[in-house]
Design a protein around this ligand. Structure first.
Ligand SMILES: [Fe+2]
Ligand SMILES: [Fe+2]
Length: 303
């Protein structure tokens, strides 16, 4: 399965499923009364399982529960953890502006105790077989815009002072890139200069974000930023220029393939579509059995 190298690049060292903005409610209530938040998450997990690709981690970049209800966290946790078990993948949860730290900690992370530390930012470091994944909590309790404290930036700089074997990915909710949606600019990550100072020159190879509800990419302090769209509803970047319009469609997740040379983010649109063309695995096996020149003649030569 994918062992024979047909192109110039070897296999990915790590594969991450990047999922964002699930906005679950308790008891499966529809969001805004009409939006089914659950089906796209079921679809995403089923599509990942169907692919048969080895997935190292499922990374959820925030706005996991729309109003921070404990029951909503329990619902999505049960759903995601059982799929993650089947996939053999780790689950990484990132705080968003709709999340609430105390139930996020207790229900998603299994942390007990509601002391003062429950209100602290939910930052974390995960080691994915040598690829470091740093989770930053950009939420500001009581607000929808994002911010990092001086303490968080200091902590981040300390973590980054030691490079990781495969480098680092940073996962946060509010992506540090511009948005063309004016109202979303008001809800951006504020004071980005401090983060830029810490990121520049570090071993961070990519930044994963959410919050915007549409898939987009940009650069921050020399590092590529990739935003996964939402699973619940998407913001339409082609809506009339001064509007913010959320639509029930276009939901996707991203597959993040980490190679020694590059990190590649691929959008996976959720839902079932009729095949237009198909080469099955038996066809691939026949190609793999050929010499490089035979492969070129069999699959690259125009009819
Ligand atoms: Fe969101
Ligand atoms: Fe958000």
């Amino acid at each position: 399965m994918g062992q024979i190298q047909l192109g110039q690049y070897g296999p990915a060292s790590h594969v991450i499923a990047h999922i964002s903005d699930t906005h679950f409610l308790s008891a499966g209530k529809p969001l805004y009364g009409t939006v089914d938040t659950d089906t796209p998450v079921h679809e995403a997990l089923a599509q990942l399982e169907r692919s048969g690709q080895p997935i190292d981690a499922l990374v959820f970049t925030g706005d996991i529960a729309d109003t921070g209800e404990a029951a909503a966290y329990r619902r999505i946790r049960d759903l995601v953890e059982s799929a993650a078990d089947r996939l053999g993948a780790r689950v990484v949860w990132v705080m968003g502006n709709h999340d609430k730290r105390a139930p996020f900690r207790s229900e998603l992370l299994g942390e007990t105790g509601y002391g003062a530390s429950a209100a602290e930012p939910v930052d974390a470091v995960h080691d994915l077989d040598g690829l470091r994944l740093i989770v930053l909590d950009t939420s500001v309790p009581g607000y929808h815009h994002g911010m990092l404290t001086a303490g968080q930036l200091k902590w981040l700089a300390e973590v980054l002072s030691e490079p990781a074997p495969h480098g680092t990915l940073l996962a946060l909710h509010h992506p540090p890139i511009p948005t063309m949606v004016p109202l979303m600019s008001l809800l951006e990550l504020r004071d980005q200069a401090g983060l830029a100072e810490v990121v520049a020159g570090s071993d961070i190879r990519g930044i994963l974000g959410g919050h915007l509800h549409y898939a987009t990419t940009g650069m921050f302090a020399g590092v590529p930023v990739s935003v996964a769209a939402a699973t619940c509803y998407t913001i339409d970047p082609s809506a009339p220029a001064r509007e913010l319009t959320g639509v029930r469609g276009g939901q996707s997740i991203n597959l993040v393939h980490v190679y020694p040379e590059s990190i590649v983010h691929s959008h996976v649109v959720l839902g079932d579509f009729d095949p237009a063309t198909r080469f099955d695995s038996a066809f691939l096996a026949r190609i793999e059995a050929m010499s490089p020149d035979e492969r070129t003649e069999a699959f690259s030569r125009q009819a």
